[in-house]
Ligand binder design. Structure first.
Ligand code: NAD
Length: 432
């Protein structure tokens, strides 16, 4: 019976290119498949398939030259069944409500996979930070926060940084919220500067989590880090940190891919030197003892681990058959489309799905929230030790679930997460 169900779902998963690249469509396909396999009851399926709350705001902001501009912002709270909604805010010119919806639902599943007491949310503001001054960004952030004041809070919905937002953005949100509440409320956001209640280890947490699950995946192949060739796409927060920590753990990072091209050295790149080179020249290209490669070609290098850590929709039905990695460790959110999943599965590529692989960030955000509420801060060793324990246990849970139910790791992660969230809803009951 499962084979039939799976066929049906996969049939539907052969979409037009537009559909394939729509993240909400990808989220729905993965949700439907996991719900079907779990035999989730129809009512729960209806509750969990759609976000609980979607807020759209149009925020007037005065630009530096005196003009008034109106920016559109979103905040989607997918679920609060297991705790306050949790998820980042991104600033980008092409943010859409569908993208924010998908990211919010992924946060629900991610928090459930690593079993931390949060639901899922995401926010976005349609703006181009590259043409905005710091003052303009601050005014957008503060007005967006003010519009959301009744919807966010330490017990309600806790934002964090995402694409083009950072510790400074979080400090502005914390301050705006605190001014409205007439007291300093550090736990309203995570990813804050350390001096304002941020956590030790938060900046490295997502990359560190990727490294921890990559180490676990390697054991499945009987490989040691020093005999492992890694290709990393994206040299930002996640990819850069993962590269640095993995290189330190002995992995051979043979290629790093960025927007303007890739650098390749089959014997392994010197990552701290590559970081210094980029800081000096503004690009990773033309790095000593490395060959420049076009970025598309680099994605298809023969390697043991491919770690996409840049953006969504990198591996699609059009190129999944060209991936030559043994392990795909998804640092980015949604780097693989639903249609590509099938191809990777047929090719027996071991996928550590995004909702597990990049969950280190939200896990340390949870630690930050706990520390803020306690007013008592942990040292880095304690943060990293607790992160490792959660990532290792979650990897083990997902892989065991996959083996038990005869499904791939992504479906297993979704099933595990759905099961946990559905159980919480059943226990709480439906308030009427
Ligand atoms: P970032 O902006 O710090 O880094 C992304 C990097 O990717 C940049 O250096 C950018 O130049 C590069 N890039 C963009 N397009 C590229 C392309 N086509 N080819 C190669 N490189 C390209 O962002 P980040 O915080 O590292 O996030 C990366 C991904 O990880 C996103 O999908 C994000 O949602 C996800 N993620 C981030 C965190 C976190 O804690 N930062 C947590 C979970 C998931």
């Amino acid at each position: 019976m499962w084979a039939e169900v799976s066929e049906m779902i996969l049939e539907e998963a052969t979409p037009s290119t537009d559909q394939e690249l729509n993240p909400w469509h990808a989220a729905e396909i993965r949700f439907d498949e996991a719900a079907e396999r779990l035999g989730l009851d129809d009512g729960l399926r209806k509750i969990l398939r759609s976000p609980a709350t979607e807020i759209t705001v149009h925020i007037p902001v005065q630009l530096d030259d005196g003009r008034l501009e109106v920016f559109t912002g979103y905040r989607v709270q997918h679920s609060i069944a297991r705790g306050p909604a949790k998820g980042g805010i991104r600033f980008a010119p092409d943010v859409t409500l569908d993208e924010v919806r998908a990211l919010a639902s992924w946060m629900t599943w991610k928090c459930a996979v690593v079993n931390i007491p949060f639901g899922g949310a995401k926010g976005g503001v349609v703006c181009d930070p590259s043409v905005l001054s710091q003052g303009e960004l601050e005014r957008i952030t503060r007005r967006y926060t003010a519009e959301l004041i009744d919807f966010i809070g330490p017990e309600r919905d806790v934002p964090a940084p995402d694409m083009n937002t950072n510790e400074q953005t979080m400090a502005w949100i914390m301050d705006t919220y605190s001014m409205h509440k007439r007291s300093t409320v550090t736990a309203v956001v995570t990813g804050k500067p350390f001096q304002l209640g941020g956590s030790r280890g938060r900046r490295e947490a997502t990359g560190r989590g990727c490294m921890i699950v990559a180490l676990q995946a390697l054991r499945k192949f009987g490989l040691e880090p020093n005999e492992t060739r890694v290709v990393i796409q994206g040299f930002g927060n996640v990819g850069g940190m993962a590269a640095k920590l993995m290189a330190r753990a002995g992995f051979k990072i043979v290629c790093v891919i960025e927007v303007d091209g890739a650098v390749y050295n089959p014997h392994g790149l010197d990552i701290p030197a590559l970081m210094a080179h980029r800081a000096e020249t503004g690009s990773i290209l033309d790095f000593k003892e490395a060959e420049n490669l076009p970025r598309e070609e680099a994605l298809y290098l023969d390697c043991d681990i491919l770690l996409p850590a840049a953006k969504e929709n990198v591996i699609t039905s059009h190129n999944a058959d060209r991936i030559r990695a043994k392990i795909l460790c998804e640092g980015a959110n949604g780097p693989t489309t639903a249609a590509a999943d099938r191809i990777l599965e047929e090719r027996k590529i071991f996928v550590v799905p995004d909702i597990l692989a990049n969950a280190g960030g939200v896990t340390v955000s949870y630690f930050e929230w706990v520390q803020d509420r306690e007013g008592f801060f942990w040292n880095e060793q304690l943060v990293n030790g607790r992160l490792e324990e959660i990532m290792v246990n979650s990897f083990r849970d997902v892989v065991a679930y996959a083996e038990k139910h005869g499904v791939n790791n992504r479906t297993a992660a979704y099933m595990l997460a759905l099961d946990r969230v559905a159980f919480a809803i059943k226990l709480r009951g439906i308030y009427a």
